[in-house]
Ligand binder design. Structure first.
Ligand code: BG6
Length: 501
């Protein structure tokens, strides 16, 4: 069964997708399921090739078997079609290869087609320390053509200096217009919808500024822990989530209207936002940021492990699993409007949303007994239950005089559209083949984001303050509540929606 109406499916040209790190978790959990759905929808067929590369000594059959399992465990039953899976698996082949071992470099000539009509893409789902050797290998073996594309997975460095090193190593082989830096948040449907909401309606843009908006909240909360991801302890929530996903969301909310949705037009505007972020340095770090680490609790007599207990090393760790930041953008549009960002693991709920809180009305004509009008609020929910809700004041219907009530105008994507919501990677993987860089980060954007993050990280590293703890299943350390309440504001909670006045 196809998951989209066929009128919207525009096939891409045949491709050779080389996936470095093919035996890894990302390939199994995200890349293969995403490619399967695009195949199922007829966006590409057996003329395309997916070539797995890794040090592990697998062969074609083993890679196909792993791909089959990945599809069977991820695709809902309605979308599992045995005949399609069989055809899909024909695209797969595998080459054991360690690009760091120059003496044993694998010959890919039998796998890569020279035909200029076949798009050639290299996907680097590997640690960044291997980016440079892979680029050298691709260049010296003559596989990197001027029209081939390079996809880079995060982490793209751990600070500005390391990110520059990576970009320079990559830049020696690939031009910027060939490089696709993944931030999978940009591939999420509702994130793209943010662009439509802002720039395909006249309603919001005239009031999208400090004259009408009181503040903005960006929350990306998860209920899962770090799930044994080895890199996390070196990374922490600031690098893992804020530097990329949250700042990208902030850019899309705050940027000026670009002249078009062409990749560089959009990325120019995002870059300006990043450069307008007020630096948080020195003593301001303690005032404007909050970090925390989850600790275990005993609930129903079952002990839930905390971050330290989950760490395999058993060593003490100062890595933050929660961050909240009060950011400001220094430009005409946003002067004085705080952007409250928060993200964390093992929190009360899994939710990613953007809350635009408008200003209060200047004067109420209603009596105290009738109720006080609450400021309008636009909530853009990225996940789960993608949708947009605009909170408005209305009169509570029925007799009994005037009673004010706040209700949401609710646009739930699941209720409005019957089509399956594609996963972020589905869009991004095929945008690479289409040659569309709009939803990928440009080098200067990435470096501006690091330049803003680095002083925060530095101040934390130099601080003697103990890392605050928070209990699994809560909304993070109490200091995060204080961060916003100090300004006379509160975090929007998902169940606020249903609350009567
Ligand atoms: C990744 C982070 O980029 O995003 C993970 O490295 C995090 O730590 C994940 O769990 C969250 O993505 P999503 O799409 O589930 O919100």
């Amino acid at each position: 069964m196809s998951s989209e109406p066929s009128s919207r499916i525009i096939p891409v040209p045949p491709f050779d997708y080389l996936v470095f790190g093919a035996t890894g978790d990302l390939t199994r959990r995200k890349l293969i399921p995403a490619l399967y759905h695009r195949f199922l929808d007829g966006q590409f067929d057996e003329r395309s090739r997916i070539i797995g590369i890794s040090r592990t000594p697998w062969d074609d059959d083993k890679f196909r078997q792993v791909a089959r399992e990945a599809v069977e465990t991820s695709a809902q039953e309605t979308y599992r079609d045995e005949a399609v899976i069989e055809r899909f698996l024909r695209c797969f082949s595998y080459v054991p290869n360690d690009p760091r071992d120059r003496d044993h470099w694998a010959d890919l000539s039998g796998h890569l087609r020279e035909d200029a009509d076949v798009v050639r893409a290299f996907y680097l789902a590997v640690a960044p320390s291997v980016f440079a050797p892979i680029c050298t290998y691709l260049s010296e073996m003559g596989y990197a053509r001027r029209d081939s594309r390079l996809v880079l997975e995060k982490p793209l460095g751990h600070d500005l200096a390391s990110s520059r090193q990576i970009n320079e190593a990559v830049g020696r082989v690939f031009a910027e217009d060939q490089v696709y830096r993944i931030d999978h948040y940009l591939g999420k449907e509702t994130v793209q919808n943010l662009l439509t909401l802002r720039f395909a309606n006249t309603l919001f843009e005239p009031i999208w500024n400090s004259a009408h908006i009181d503040h903005i909240q960006l929350t990306v909360s998860e209920t899962i822990g770090t799930e044994g991801r080895a890199y996390y302890d070196q990374s922490g929530a600031l690098r893992d989530m804020v530097q990329n996903h949250l700042l990208q969301l902030l850019c899309l909310v705050a940027m000026e209207p670009p002249p078009s949705d062409e990749a560089n037009a959009l990325r120019d505007e995002k870059r300006k936002v990043l450069r307008s972020l007020r630096p948080i340095v020195g003593e301001d770090v303690a005032r404007l940021t909050v970090r925390g680490q989850y600790t275990g609790v005993t609930s129903d007599n079952a002990r839930v492990p905390g971050y330290l207990e989950e760490l395999e090393s058993g060593e003490p760790s100062e890595t933050e699993t929660f961050v909240a930041v009060r950011a400001e953008i220094e430009n005409w549009r946003w002067k004085g409007v705080p952007f409250y960002l928060r993200t964390g693991k093992r929190l009360a709920n899994k939710v990613s949303e953007i809350v635009i809180q408008f200003r209060a009305i200047p004067h109420s004509i209603f009596t105290y007994a009738e109720g006080s009008p609450r400021p309008n609020r636009l909530v853009i929910r990225l996940q789960p239950d993608e949708g947009v809700r605009l909170f408005l004041m209305i009169k509570d219907p029925g007799p009994g005089g005037m009673r004010l009530r706040q209700v949401p105008l609710n646009l739930s994507f699941a209720e409005t559209f019957s089509a399956r919501m594609p996963e972020a990677y589905e869009r991004l993987l095929l945008d690479v083949i289409r040659g569309n860089q709009t939803l990928f980060m440009r080098r200067d954007e990435l470096e501006s984001a690091w330049a803003w993050i680095d002083p925060i990280r530095k101040a934390w590293d130099e601080s003697d303050e103990p890392l605050p703890a928070y209990t699994v299943g809560t909304w993070g350390p109490t200091a995060s509540v204080a961060l916003i309440e100090r300004d006379g504001r509160t975090w929007h909670e998902a169940n606020d929606d249903a609350k009567p006045l």
